[in-house]
Design a protein around this ligand. Structure first.
Ligand SMILES: [Zn+2]
Length: 78
């Protein structure tokens, strides 16, 4: 299965990324996740699995991983 996803941050601990949608990504068949961060210092990260993303960026639940439905997603227009 392959799908698009977003990282949605409810609280900004670092003061750098802000809150709301902070990254857009793609989840590939073998588990690999590619994330592109939003914002002026945008960078791209590659992770072995969704669990790794959660472990590195989850901040104890303050950053949620949202699956994107391109036809109906809050990421468009917010
Ligand atoms: Zn979306």
């Amino acid at each position: 299965m392959r799908y698009m996803l977003h990282l949605y941050r409810t609280e900004d601990e670092t003061g750098i990324s802000g809150t709301g949608f902070v990254a857009d990504g793609m989840h590939f068949d073998d588990g690999t996740v590619v994330l592109k961060w939003r914002g002026p210092t945008s960078s791209v990260g590659v992770y072995r699995s969704l669990d790794d993303v959660r472990a590195i960026h989850g901040h104890g639940g303050k950053t949620e991983i949202k699956v994107c439905n391109p036809l109906n997603c809050e990421c468009h227009g917010t």
